[in-house]
Design a protein around this ligand. Sequence first.
Ligand SMILES: [Zn+2]
Length: 341
Amino acid sequence: MEYNHIEIEKKWQQYWSDNHIFEPKDDYSLPKKYVLSMFPYPSGRIHMGHVRNYTIGDAIARAYRKKGFNVLHPIGWDAFGMPAENAAISNKVHPKEWTYKNIDYMRKELSSLGLSFSKQRDFATSDPLYTKFEQAFFIDMWNKGIVYRKKGLLNWCPHDLTVLANEQVIENCCWRCGTQIEQKEMYQYYIKITDYSKELLSDLEKLEDGWPKQVLTMQRNWIGESEGLKFKLKLSDESISKLDNKFSDFEVFTTRADTIYGVTYAALSPEHAIVKYIIENSLLPVDKIEHIKAMQRVGARERAMSEKEGLYLELDFVHPLTNEKLPLWVANFVLSDYGSG
Ligand SMILES: [Zn+2]
């Protein structure tokens, strides 16, 4: 007799579904296990990466069921994002319609693989059931001051009139239309992770034994240095009058206070108020001004990857310890969001 996989798999998948075999039981005496695979993005079709990924989670869930655990192995759809918007624009359909159609199709494909998900707990992150909790968390964080509003620089596409994430900027151009992006100062929401950086950094030590070194290093770099010294540097008298007495000093931040004595220059970010004033009032030759404007157009991520560059602002400041006059520069590696810019 030939093995007819289409017939046999269909038969058993139907049986599993009719008898709710993979739903967790309402029996609190059993040991519990929660097995969660990363939700797929409803991009349209299942590919081999999905097959590999969800087979691993499925094998783990099935193994725990065999060992007598009450297993919750849910599935959902990570449904928000620009790809849905892009597809909706190019196919001239509403993003909601496009997204839920894909989910229906992909759910059928996944279930034809015989994966043991809980069908009763299937949801999309765009369902009101889910978004209402996200909104509640956001409001809680806002009320506690962990979420706050502040002006910041964002990647802006002047053609699509939209903000772009760093991942949506390709070689300094919009991934959707190819227009060169701009850095635009806008109000945006921030989460005060800095309040937790000490805790996050010290807790990484607990992971020292089990986690790969480079993962821990990446986490440390991402959390960043929380301690440093903030102080003001005075501009020279000539520089103050050059700036029409509008500025007399500027704030700097360093994580290495021990190196102050050996300072040979200071650098401002291209977005610093002094730099803006210089541009608005044409206090530098045209080619230098154009160069600074070019720096301003580059997004934060591209800046981090591009060659370090800077230029002399034709201003000087006074070294706080030696009273020596030192040059003030503008540089693309100074971040306006870090320290005081
Ligand atoms: Zn665009």
